[in-house]
Each structure stands twice: as C-alpha cells, then as structure tokens.
Design a protein around this ligand. Structure first.
Ligand code: G6P
Length: 611
C-alpha cells in the first residue's frame, strides 16, 4: 500500500512525479502529494503540495501553481493506515524547519514511542500518521549532514519502510532508504528515479537496481552512491529488464476491469506459450531428482491469488498425488507450519510485493523448503527472492479487482500440476497428452465463454438490487465461489459469502429468506445431484437461484434454478478457468448498474505491502 516516487534530473520534476504517481495509484488512492527542490536556487524550505483524494486533484492543484517548479522531487500516493484520508495526513511530511520532506511506504511500528519522546522535548506534530515521526526525528537530528541524519533516523526506526527524502540544503539529491518495503532505482539519461514499482518509470528506462534490506542510496542526476545502514559504501549491480509492461490505456472500454476480463484469452495464451512447446511443459527447476524427494506442497498467497491455490489444490492432488495444502500467507507466516527440505512452497502473487506473501516466502526458505513463485510483475521482490519463478504474462493489470492475472495464475498452476505428474510418472502418456491439449485449448474456450457477456448483463439487471448473496458449490466449484464472492463484494459493495454447499445446513441456511440470491456453481458432474439438492433446500426457504453449470446440464438445471448461465464442458480439474468468467462479468455489471467506482473500489489497494 502507498506508492513512493522520486526524480532527480534536468527536466520538470512535478511533471515526472505526477505521471509516475498516476501509474502507482493502484497502490492506494486516499490522497497524494509531492515535494520539490529547485537545484539552481537554494531555498530555506522544500516546496510542498498535498491533497486528499485522487491524483487528478493533486494534478489540478499543481497545474494551477505557476511557480511550482523544480528538477528534484519526491511524491506519494497513500492508502491510509494511520489517520484518516485528509490533506494534513497526506505525504510528504516535514519537520518544524520545513527543510526535510519525507515520503514513506510501510509502517513505523515504534512511532508512538518516538513521537512521545519528541513531544516531551516540546516538538509539535501536525498529523496522526506514523510517517510524520520520520520527518520530525530527522529534522530534530539534522546538523547539516543530511546523509548521516537520515542514516541515524533509519537506525531508530522499527517496522517496514521505503523512504524518499529531500532536503532544501542539498537541492541536487534525494536519499532513498529501504527496509522490508520495496524500493527500486531507475537510471535514465542525465536523470534518475526511485519508485515502489518499476512501472512508475518503465517508459523512461529499463536500467534498474533494487535496493536490498537495510540499504540506502544518494541519488543525483549524474551519480548514484549506495550504502549500508552502517554508512559504508557498497557496490550494486545495475540490471536491464526485458519487460514490456503493456498498455495502461482503456482502449475504448469504460473500465479497466472489463478490458482486462476481455483480455483473458490473450493473457492465458501468452502465459502458456512461454512454457509449453513441442507437446511438453518446460519447467527446468523442478527436476525428477528433486520432485522424487518431496512429500508435501504448500500453496501460499493472499486474496484472489489464494483462491487460485484453493482451485489448483484439486488438480495437484489428483494429478501429482502429492499432499497439497493451501494457506493464506497472513496465517501461514505466524502458525509454525511444518516445513523442511522435503517441502515445496509455491507462492502466488500478481504484484510480487504482497507483504504477507513475501514474509511467508522468507519463512519457508528459512525452514529449508524450496520456494517457487508464480508472479506477474517481473523483477518484483517475491520473484527476486524465491528459488525459482514462473512468470504469468498477463501484462499490466490496472483494475484493483484482479481478473486476467487470476486466470493466468490458474493456467500456470495446471501446468505445474501436469508437469509434476508427468515427471513422477503419475499419469500415462495418453492422459498427459489429453490434459496438455485441454490446457492449450483454454484460451479459445475462455473466448467462447466471454460470448455470454450480454446474457450475464441481462441477469445482472435482474439481481443488482439484492442486499445479500450466497455463492455455493462443492470441491473446486467451491473454490470458484470463493473468487466469485470476493470479486462481487469488492466491486459491488454488496454483502456476499461463499459457502461449501454441503456445509449450508450447519448454520448458514438460517440466513436464507424470501428473495435471498443464491448463486450455485454446479459444473462437477460427480457432485451435480448433491449441489442440486442444496439448491432445492434454499429454494424451499424462499431463495432465488442463479445457477452456473456446463452446457450439457442446461436443461436439467433449468427445472430448479430461476436463471442459468452455462460454460463449455471440460474435465473438472480445469473447469474453474471457465466458471470464473461469468462470475467476473456478473460482478462487473452489478457494480456498473450500482454506479460503483469499479476500477478503484473504496478502501482497497491493488498491492498490499503492509501487514
Ligand atoms: C489485494 C488485491 C487482490 C489480490 C491480493 C493479493 O488484495 O486487491 O486483487 O489478489 O491483494 O495480491 P498479489 O499481488 O499478491 O496477488
């Protein structure tokens, strides 16, 4: 959460900073701000503009200030943690002198103690944020040596922090500090940048350097120096990334979410073609020798990426016959999971920066497991730290509610399950070929499923005014319910729950009353009758039912359900790739009809870099 950016160069800093912040707005959009120095003219204070609301509000304000000009600056887009969204709580923060400005991503865990100590010295605070303490402490410690001041400040802080710091006495530089939260430097032509994510400057340079734990950098336009927290100079390698981040334009769609839903066939196709060729799957990191020695797989992730794991578990256990557990990263990291060198831990993350997933990865490595990351953002922290990476090639995903990254992740997980099964001789050659062909067919079938768009819109019109929705299903149909329900509530703001259909009777059914919408996912033919019985039970209590099933079951289900959406039939283990599509569309259309802020739902952020 929160995105920070910085610019040191010969052109307009505000222009770069505003553009870069717009690219990082997915990290939080409660408020934003920038601070600048003019490298020619030394002033007593840094200049600052910060505003509650979207970056467009900041842009309008900056553009109205004719004298707001500088070639060095820092910027911030905020997802509020400490203190409500307001102008005062917005970053950058400064101390009493106004000389030092700070932008921060992370959480300063000891800020209350530091704040109390500083207040006892008579120093006043303006905001409720944890970040202000960094600026105030630096201001208090400042003795004319800004590098030493920042270093001493960093040593006093506990928690996670990526910092960009500007000082009006040194208008030719910014100082970057990193502990736990991501911070990347970009090297341009007589200009250099810092950002929480490469996408902020990827249109200007492909030369990057990621700061590692407890490192600092002093960035000028023609020179960058790196240090550790002891103040010793260190050498770092600049790498060139080969990553086309793709378009961040809506291309005629009203919302990124719909654009990205429609891009799913391409996302899955590109993801698969990166690893599938000559009728085989190329995953060199998982050799026969290694796989024969593992006895357990953990799939660990957050949010929708976790739901990918839940759906994939069925494919893993069925095909590879290895015990597979799924876990939420925020739980996994604190519950002493039993892991050793015989455990493979798969971390799934679109952003590659989710704090809990990163911590879970570190925990797994620490306990001796091999770690494999399934990541969409090239060069992200999770990709950099895991033992091996399989990238999803979904391209840049802008809408906060993930769709195409989810589908690309799911296709990687099927590919992995199939690869492991083949290497371990757990499936016959014929079965492998059959599944492999089904996998390669997924993009076309997703395309076909998307053709139901208009029908889903009509159904959304019918049900968009409901206040409570239940998604029910069994096995991997339940996994899809989890994702369908999350998507639905995050963009429509309507309460919904996903429930394993067989568990309904153990409590949830008491919430069913006249008019409650129940969305039943029943694509698994072995469990079809059982789910239909559950549909009858809720209907008997007044619920209305929207059923999602395969084409060949259309008539059978129409006798029980009020409305039906059908998807093409494929073997059950891969069915989630198709079932999720109508649920994404349904969520989108209900949100559209309820006039929600679809691409930027309230209170959310796309990349959750704090616990
Ligand atoms: C946030 C996003 C979700 C995402 C989750 C995990 O909550 O809004 O769409 O699934 O984080 O993110 P990751 O980048 O690790 O997949």
């Amino acid at each position: 959460m929160c995105g920070i950016v910085g610019y040191v160069g010969k052109k307009s800093a505000p222009e770069f900073l505003l553009g870069a912040l717009e690219k990082l707005e997915y990290r939080g959009y409660d408020s934003s701000g920038i601070a600048i120095c003019n490298d020619k003219e030394k002033k007593d204070k840094v200049e600052l503009i910060k505003k509650k609301g979207r970056i467009r509000v900041l842009r309008e304000t900056v553009e109205n200030f004719k004298d707001f000009f500088g070639k060095v600056g820092i910027g911030h887009t905020r997802w509020a943690t400490h203190g409500e969204p307001s102008d005062i709580n917005s970053h950058p923060h400064t101390g009493a002198s106004g000389k030092i400005a700070v932008v921060h991503n992370g959480i300063i865990e000891n800020y209350m103690i530091l704040k109390k100590n500083l207040m006892q010295k008579g120093i006043k605070f303006a905001s409720e944020t944890d970040t202000e303490v960094v600026a105030v402490l630096a201001d208090y410690l400042y003795d004319g040596d800004i590098f030493e001041t920042v270093r001493k400040t960093a040593l006093s802080l506990e928690g996670s922090f990526a910092l960009g710091i500007l000082c009006s006495d040194f208008p030719d530089r910014i100082i970057a500090v990193k502990k736990e939260s991501p911070l990347i430097l970009g090297f341009g032509n007589e200009e250099n940048y810092i950002a929480s994510d490469i996408s902020a400057f990827a249109d200007r340079t492909k030369k990057i350097c990621r700061l590692d734990e407890c490192e600092m950098a002093v960035i000028k336009n023609s020179e960058v120096s790196f240090y550790n927290f002891s103040g010793e100079k260190i050498n770092k390698t600049i790498t060139e990334i080969d990553w086309n981040i793709g378009s961040s334009e809506k291309n005629g769609f009203d919302h990124f979410m719909l654009k990205e839903i429609m891009e799913q066939p391409k996302a899955v196709k590109e993801t698969l073609s990166a690893r599938c060729s000559n009728n085989d799957i190329l995953i060199d990191d998982l050799t026969k020798e290694y796989l024969e020695n593992i006895n357990k797989i953990y799939i660990v992730a957050c949010g929708s990426s976790h739901h990918v794991g839940v759906a994939a578990k069925y494919a893993f256990e069925k095909l590879s016959k290895i015990t597979t557990n799924t876990d939420l990263a925020s739980e996994f990291r604190y519950r002493s999971p039993i892991i050793d060198e015989k455990t493979l831990v798969i971390i799934i993350s679109q952003s590659g920066e989710t704090a809990d997933s990163l911590a879970a990865l570190r925990e797994a490595k620490h306990k001796g497991a091999k770690t494999l990351a399934v990541v969409n953002v090239v060069g992200s922290s999770i990709a950099a730290e895991s033992d091996c990476v399989i990238y999803t090639w979904a391209g840049m995903e802008v809408a906060v509610a993930t769709t195409k990254a989810y589908s690309a992740q799911l296709s990687v997980m099927y590919m992995l399950a199939l690869h492991i099964a083949k290497i371990l001789n757990k499936i016959s050659k014929e079965k492998f070929e059959k599944h492999f062909n089904n996998l390669l067919n997924l993009p076309d079938l997703i395309e076909k499923t998307l053709e139901e768009k208009t029908k889903v819109f009509e159904i959304a019109k019918k049900y968009c005014q409901r206040d409570n929705v239940f998604f029910i299903g069994r096995n991997n149909d339940y996994a899809i319910c989890m994702e369908g329900s999350l998507k639905f509530k995050e963009v429509s703001y309507i309460h919904s729950e996903a429930y394993p259909a067989g568990e309904l009777k153990h409590g949830t059914i008491s919430l069913i009353e006249s008019g409650t919408l129940v969305i039943a996912v029943a694509t698994n033919h072995k469990l079809f009758e059982k789910t239909i019985s559950n549909v009858r039970e809720v209907k008997a209590r007044g619920a209305v039912c929207l059923a999602l099933t395969t084409e060949d079951k259309r008539e059978e289900i129409a006798c029980v359900a009020d409305d039906t959406i059908c998807v093409p039939r494929i073997p059950p283990i891969m069915q989630p790739s198709l079932s999720v599509i109508p649920l994404q569309l349904f969520s989108y259309y209900v949100a559209l009809l309820r006039e929600r802020d679809i691409d930027r739902p309230r209170n959310l952020a796309k990349s959750v870099t704090v616990e």
